[in-house]
Design a binder for this molecule. Structure first.
Ligand code: GLN
Length: 458
């Protein structure tokens, strides 16, 4: 899709201004039904498009020049509301842009708007957004998934050519699977996190939602790379060549015994050979993830106290009361719960029982993945084995957390993973197939995954 659009833009068959107006018209028509975008930036988009057309005319345009995209609401844009869909940050306008936004700007892309998401990216249905949940374009009675639900819906309904999301434990891949598009989360550190509002820093990645793995690869090329402003970013192509096994010519695909039945069912339609492998501690991935993620979030969200950042309560008696009231009013239920859980697992006396053990599990899992990638190039598994969730349905929290079982392992190990559309379920709703690769093998992953992708947008 990007390649073809880019060809048209470069050939002058369409201008970026015209393309942008087409998208704006469609957003005006469809977005009120879907609630995918929560902040529309038409003026900025038109200015971006005019700049892109000049770049194209001057012959300076790259593949992404003139292409309209959508951005998740937890990624900073200078002077533009970046509220994480939380009351806590309702008027927050950053004084700087994230590295990836700068990079995309230099490419000549067009920013259409900011998308709906779970508050502070915590959740799997996008229902914890202060703006209410986005709706799945494939059937609006269903959830888009989350937390990058708005980004997934925008791409699925073609309200943007591609979208940027964030993936801490599956928030790009799971909504991509449920909306029928491609969702990619990179190796940890491959894309700068500078300007991404932190949830759980040791897992957070900026990911891509697109029509195909090929498109994701094009966007990845533009946003990847080491960044002085993010000390955890890594120059995988030069500094870390050793990561993972050398690419084997026969592209051996492993499947995990925990998901073997469902994976085989998904892969039946493709002609591929697989071998089953097992990871001893895989069932502990989920508790380990939630312990570490909550611990990190309790620390990261400490800054929203009504003084340094965030909503400030109007009535209070002293400074302590002001902070308590500001935080109580500013955060929603899910965020509060996680801050409390995180504070609990970090407190003296419990630290060793929870946090330390979870870190040990994380290390064991990473080692197990490295071992598998000594022998195999890729691992296939379902993205969202529990399937679709109806909006408004009462679901208990533990059940929701359990739904992340297939996505959190990649974040624990810091490896790249992509979800592609693999067809439809018995209700005609999309299903996702996930493919993981060794750390640093992101570029190879796009090419391999492309063969499995069935497209699937509206
Ligand atoms: N559903 C997971 C969580 O709630 C993942 C969220 C994410 O990746 N941001 O933590």
């Amino acid at each position: 899709m990007i390649r073809e659009l880019s060809r048209k833009l470069h050939a002058g068959e369409i201008t970026s201004a015209e393309l942008t107006e087409q998208y704006i018209r469609k957003i005006e028509e469809v977005n009120p039904k879907l609630n995918a975008y929560v902040h529309l930036l038409y003026d900025r988009a038109r200015a971006d498009a005019a700049r892109a057309d000049e770049m194209l005319k001057a012959g300076r345009g790259s593949l992404l020049c003139g292409i309209p995209y959508a951005l998740k609401s937890n990624i900073c844009t200078e002077g533009i509301v970046t509220d994480c869909c939380s009351k806590m940050l309702e008027d927050y306008k950053p004084i700087y842009s994230s590295t990836i936004v700068e990079k995309l700007k230099n490419e000549g892309t067009v920013l259409l708007g900011k998308t709906n998401m779970d508050e502070f990216a915590m959740g799997s249905t996008s229902e914890s957004s202060v703006y209410g949940a986005p709706k799945n374009p494939m059937d609006i009675r269903y959830s888009t998934g989350g937390s990058s639900g708005g980004s997934a819906a925008a791409v699925a309904a073609d309200l943007a050519v591609f979208a940027i999301g964030s993936d801490t434990g599956g928030s790009v891949r799971q909504p991509a699977a449920l909306c029928g598009v491609t969702g990619f989360s990179p190796s940890y550190g491959y894309v700068s996190r500078y300007g991404l509002i932190a949830y759980a820093s040791s897992f957070d990645t900026i990911g891509i939602l697109s029509a195909s793995p090929e498109d994701a690869g094009i966007v990845f090329d533009a946003i990847k790379g080491k960044d002085k402003k993010d000390a955890t970013s890594i120059d995988y192509e030069n500094d870390l060549k050793v990561s993972g096994a050398p690419q084997k010519s026969d592209k051996k695909l492993a499947i995990l015994s925990d998901f073997s039945e469902k994976t085989k069912e998904l892969l039946k339609q493709y002609e591929v050979e697989t071998e089953e492998v097992s990871i001893p501690y895989l069932s502990l991935a989920l508790p380990a993830y939630y312990i570490i993620a909550c611990a990190e979030c309790s620390s990261n969200l400490g800054r929203y106290d009504g003084v340094r950042y965030g909503h400030r309560a109007k009535k209070f008696s002293d400074v302590d009361d002001m902070m308590v009231k500001s935080r109580s009013e500013g955060f929603g239920r899910e965020v509060k719960k996680r801050i409390m859980l995180g504070t609990f697992v970090l407190q003296a006396g419990f630290y060793d029982d929870y946090y330390k053990k979870a870190c040990m599990v994380r290390e064991k899992l990473s080692a197990a993945f490295s071992e598998i990638f000594e022998k195999y190039d890729y691992i296939a598994l379902p993205t969202a084995p529990d399937g679709h969730i109806r909006l408004g349905e009462k679901h208990d929290a533990v059940k929701m957390y359990l739904g992340d079982i297939a996505t959190v392992p990649a974040n624990l190990a810091g490896i790249p993973a992509v979800s592609v559309n693999a067809g439809k379920d018995e209700n005609g709703l999309p299903i996702g197939l996930q493919i993981m690769a060794a750390r640093g093998k992101d570029n190879e992953l796009f090419k391999f995954a492309q063969k499995f992708s069935k497209g699937g947008r509206l």
